[in-house]
Design a binder for this molecule. Structure first.
Ligand code: HEC
Ligand code: HEC
Length: 273
């Protein structure tokens, strides 16, 4: 990673180390992780030895996010370094402004690999990958929030119409992926829209999807913050019956790993005549 790309986020490698050092000092002084309010300032630069400080324990301090502002930031950041970067940057940039602390210590470039379902492999949608990482930082290893984000994505018609004010491709066709995979999500949409995967239309669709997913992450975390969170994920009617026989240690067969919609890849053998 070059100094120049790091500078893109207004955080040089040196400032990153100083910020981490300042944070560690704040933690020792206050005894409360993530509540230093440090924005990576150089006030305590004299204490910085140049060694990377210990990572701040999660969950990191989270303040209620403006869902629509996060949506726009996700959209914009998609064009900087892809969908995973887009969602992560939307949340991190916003929390750097409102909370600071450890949110200043994470190099945004680490999320660049997720684009196209991890370097174009079409596996886990990068927007989900980035969103799940943010949930893990803000709320710890939280399966309720994670399942709800994944489940929502698989049944949500993308892209939403909440980007009409600034998009150059208005009123795009929507599709429901039935899958958390980039492969299914992108391919279904390009087929319905009758465009190529490398087209500007498809990129714009994924930019909007990135914004929409960042907004959903913000919405879920906001709810969790207010303590009024209950998980709503349930496999859809199309495949809920499969689960009882095939999925989980209490199922009859416990013979496959996953909560993806089975019938997007397998036939329903229980319906065979
Ligand atoms: C009542 C229990 C039951 C339900 C419900 C059920 N299965 Fe199965 N499934 C089985 C059994 C039993 C086998 C055979 C297992 C073996 O051969 O090891 C099987 C085999 C399979 C196989 C292996 C390939 C094959 O066809 O033999 C697949 C794939 C599969 N099921 C998918 C599904 C999907 C998708 C659903 C839901 C739409 C589903 N199953 C619902 C019991 C069930
Ligand atoms: C993204 C596509 C995909 C999805 C979604 C998916 N599977 Fe599979 N599944 C596969 C592939 C690929 C294999 C391995 C190749 C094979 O044996 O067909 C497999 C294998 C299996 C097998 C073993 C098959 C055998 O021949 O013994 C079972 C059982 C099975 N899946 C059940 C399910 C169930 C139940 C679900 C839903 C909870 C599900 N799968 C979701 C793609 C998928």
């Amino acid at each position: 990673m070059t100094e120049k790309t790091v500078m893109k986020d207004g955080l040089t490698r040196r400032r990153f180390l100083i910020g981490a050092g300042a944070l560690a000092t704040g933690v020792l002084a206050s005894g409360v992780a993530g509540c230093t309010g440090s924005t990576g300032s150089t006030e305590t630069a004299g204490n910085n030895t140049g060694n990377a400080a210990e990572a701040s324990a999660i969950p990191w301090q989270y303040k209620k996010l403006d869902v629509e502002a996060v949506r726009k930031r996700g959209y914009d950041n998609y064009y900087k370094d892809g969908c995973m970067y887009g969602v992560a940057a939307a949340i991190i940039e916003t929390l750097r402004e409102t909370t600071g602390g450890p949110w200043n210590t994470i190099p945004m470039e680490m999320f660049a690999y997720g684009e196209g379902g991890a370097f174009g492999w079409g596996t886990l949608c990068g927007a989900l990958n980035g969103g799940l990482a943010m949930i893990n930082l803000a709320a710890g290893k939280n399966a309720d929030l994670g399942n709800d984000l994944m489940g929502w994505y698989t049944e949500n018609p993308f892209p939403s119409d909440k980007h009409e004010a600034y998009t150059s491709f208005k009123n795009q066709i929507t599709t429901v992926s039935k899958s958390p995979l980039c492969h299914a999500s992108v391919t279904k949409w390009t087929e319905a829209a009758d465009v190529r995967v490398s087209s500007d239309e498809r990129k714009e669709r994924c930019a909007k999807l990135t914004g929409d997913t960042a907004a959903k992450v913000a919405e879920l975390l906001n709810k969790a913050l207010e303590g009024q969170y209950t998980s709503t994920f349930k496999p859809s009617a199309e495949y809920i019956t499969c689960m009882g026989c095939h999925q989980g240690k209490d199922s009859t067969l416990d013979s496959q790993q996953g909560k993806m919609n089975c019938v997007s890849c397998h036939e329903d053998h229980t319906k065979k005549s």
